[in-house]
Ligand binder design. Sequence first.
Ligand code: 5GP
Ligand code: MG
Ligand code: MG
Length: 184
Amino acid sequence: MYDGDIASVLISEQQIKDKVTELAKQVDEDYQDVGGDLLLVGVLKGAVMFMTDFARALPQPAQLEFMAVSSYGSSTSSSGVVRILKDLDRDIANRHVLIVEDIIDSGLTLSWLLKNLSSRNPASLEVCTLLRKPDAVQVDLPVKYVGFDIPNEFVVGYGLDYAERYRDLPYIGSLDPKVYTSGV
Ligand code: 5GP
Ligand code: MG
Ligand code: MG
């Protein structure tokens, strides 16, 4: 699949699986006392693979909601100006909300999302991200669960795209620079 486009595999399918299980166990322990009232909010489209695997690995029941946001600006960097493409279907007031994200880079998208969702008065609000880049560590964001800290390179696969491609790869890899330059 996508022969030659992936320069290297950064995180294998098995490594993702193990991490998802580990995160789900950790979340399950932390949410023992909410009585199955956990609401997962997945951010489309990037987090969809992580969200569905995570929900299935989670020992306790959880409800699934999705939100789609888009940041204005170029496709490889974030501007912090976010618009809602698809909002939540339900009220999250008094709910225990866990945002499920694919990747945090500048943190601008998440910072906006946290502000937006917390204004809806959830009982609690936490973040679980599969990937985090170095810049995100500099910003003061309350990210409770992090799968992998990765180097500052553009990655694709397992939900993450470049120009809507590569989301269906089962692993996370870095894109060969020739893909950017050949104008796919
Ligand atoms: P932030 O606002 O934290 O800078 O950007 C977060 C969003 O930018 C992610 O949800 C994702 O859509 C995109 N993004 C950031 N880094 C990468 C990357 O390495 N690969 C891909 N495919 N998307 C990324
Ligand atoms: Mg995302
Ligand atoms: Mg994208």
